[in-house]
Write a protein that binds this ligand. Structure first.
Ligand SMILES: Cc1cc2nc3c(=O)[nH]c(=O)nc-3n(C[C@H](O)[C@H](O)[C@H](O)COP(=O)(O)OP(=O)(O)OC[C@H]3O[C@@H](n4cnc5c(N)ncnc54)[C@H](O)[C@@H]3O)c2cc1C
Length: 449
């Protein structure tokens, strides 16, 4: 039987992983359609003076199993170095390092609440699967293990920084899974002399080329042509139509819903996306690089976080440069700040910088990224959509809107692509060995920077 024609909408990491899974299992007619100029989506890069930078901070998490597997597959894992970084909480004009005894003890929270905080962290470190906390709120989770005082002092601030929402409206399952990944306390990975997301995206693009997958770049899907309960073709903005037997949508669900007459998959219709602003800039000024990640927890600043990219990876740009990343998470792209001019944003972020570091930032280049559809808002009632559309029997879904309650990462996007690829293969009566290989994968060493 001839290989079915599969069209993958979107060339982010989930779409790429889905295409790779199918090709590796022997399918020969696979096309990835990507709107941007390269594969990678949110894990994409930009270039300045011959150096590549991520659109916003990206670090490798040691528990991100599928990411580690893919880094190994493309031959990049031996180059990864691990560094224990400091995460600070900037509150009331002071910076607290909760990872140090002194910082923890001086943080404005009662001793009883601090004991509760430790209890919550211990619970999160050991509990891998948080699905039993579906339908319960982050407020419920924090109050159960840490107490309302710890919630008021810390977690209410963190959910506002992430979603502009109180703990009561954010999923407890999401928060538990997020804490499990230990972003603030475990060593983080990077690749010296490179931007690791560029290495990853180039590597997976190479995997697709080796497997004979067709990749259409700068090709935006503007409509899906449907009939008889099936999708027949993807129409590009140029008017060209790509016919297919099977379709995988890895584009944000809000975009997908605009492409066709209607999809009645309830979980898909309910998803709303947060937006993100990320400004990366470089300066020759010496910046105190003892911290990598500074949460602006007073909630009175424009940025929610400042990341010193060169503190994790000192060789990310030119020698001697410091690379600073300001990030603001917004409840949605309709928030006024999302539409502020670059000048206004930069002015406000420089104010934030002065409030934290005590001197004026003088960048010699600046890159502004506005991401209108960054991550689903993981509210209390969030549910993963099914693998296949309830309306169109040959359309499958992949992407980080399917990986709840796990964190939203490069690895979970890749993992979602593998899962969807596996479902398509099962329909065709074939199997993939990739999920078993990922599950069996072990990180042998974590060489320090
Ligand atoms: C600032 C920032 C920091 C992050 N930090 C980390 C980190 O530290 N560690 C980590 O592991 N992960 C991190 N992530 C998360 C990670 O990058 C993403 O979760 C992951 O890349 C998402 O992949 P995806 O395939 O699900 O979605 P996307 O990357 O959004 O892929 C969707 C693709 O669809 C394309 N598309 C959209 N519409 C159309 C259309 N009409 N036609 C054709 N194509 C279309 C898009 O261009 C895009 O390429 C971060 C992300 C950001 C933005």
């Amino acid at each position: 039987m001839a290989s079915p024609a599969v069209v993958v909408l979107g060339g982010g990491l989930s779409g790429v992983a889905a295409a790779y899974t199918l090709a590796r299992a022997g399918l020969t007619d696979i096309t990835v359609v990507e709107r941007g100029p390269s594969l990678g989506g949110l894990a994409g890069s930009f270039e300045r003076d011959g150096h590549f930078y991520p659109l916003g901070y990206h670090h490798i998490l040691h528990r991100d199993q599928t990411l580690l597997f893919f880094l190994d597959l493309i031959g990049a894992l031996p180059a990864v170095r691990w560094r224990r970084v400091r995460m600070l909480f900037h509150l009331g004009g002071r910076a607290y390092d909760l990872g140090s005894l002194r910082g923890f003890l001086s943080f404005p929270m009662s001793l009883r609440d601090k004991a509760g905080f430790v209890r919550l962290m211990l619970k999160a470190f050991t509990k891998r699967d948080w699905t039993d906390w579906q339908d319960r709120s982050a407020a419920d989770l924090v109050d159960t293990y840490a107490g309302a005082g710890a919630r008021a002092a810390l977690f209410e601030r963190l959910t506002r920084l992430k979603f502009e929402l109180p703990c009561d409206e954010v999923s407890g399952a999401w928060l538990g899974a997020r804490l499990h990944f230990r972003e603030g306390s475990a060593p983080l990975g990077y690749i010296p002399g490179a931007n690791w997301t560029k290495v990853l995206c180039d590597g997976v693009a190479r995997l697709l080329a080796e497997q004979g997958v067709k990749v259409r770049l700068n090709a935006a899907v503007s409509r899906l042509v449907t009939g008889g309960g099936r999708v027949h073709s993807a129409e590009l903005s140029t008017g060209e139509r790509l016919g297919g037997d099977l379709f995988i949508s890895s584009i944000p669900t809000e975009v997908y819903l605009r492409l066709l007459a209607g999809d009645r998959t309830p979980e898909i219709e309910r998803i709303r996306y947060s937006a993100l602003i990320s400004v990366v800039c470089a300066t020759r000024q010496p910046v105190d690089d003892r911290a990598y990640w500074i949460n602006l927890a007073s909630l009175d600043r424009t940025a929610g976080g400042i990341f010193l990219l060169s503190s994790l990876n000192p060789s990310i740009g030119r020698p001697g440069d410091s690379c600073v990343n300001f990030v603001t998470h917004l409840r949605g792209r309709d928030r006024p700040l999302f539409h502020a001019s670059d000048e206004e944003l930069l002015g406000r972020y420089r104010d934030d910088f002065r409030a934290v570091f005590g001197f004026d930032l003088e960048p010699f280049w600046t890159h502004v990224a506005r991401v209108p559809l960054y991550s689903p808002v993981f509210g209390r009632r969030f549910r993963n959509p099914p693998l296949r559309s309830a309306s169109w029997e040959n359309l499958y879904f992949a992407g980080n809107y399917r990986t709840f309650p796990s964190i939203v990462s490069t690895g979970t996007a890749l993992g979602s692509g593998l899962e969807t690829g596996g479902a398509v293969l099962a329909r065709l009566g074939t199997r993939t060995e990739l999920p078993a290989k990922v599950a069996a994968f072990r990180l042998a060493t974590m060489p320090r920077a």
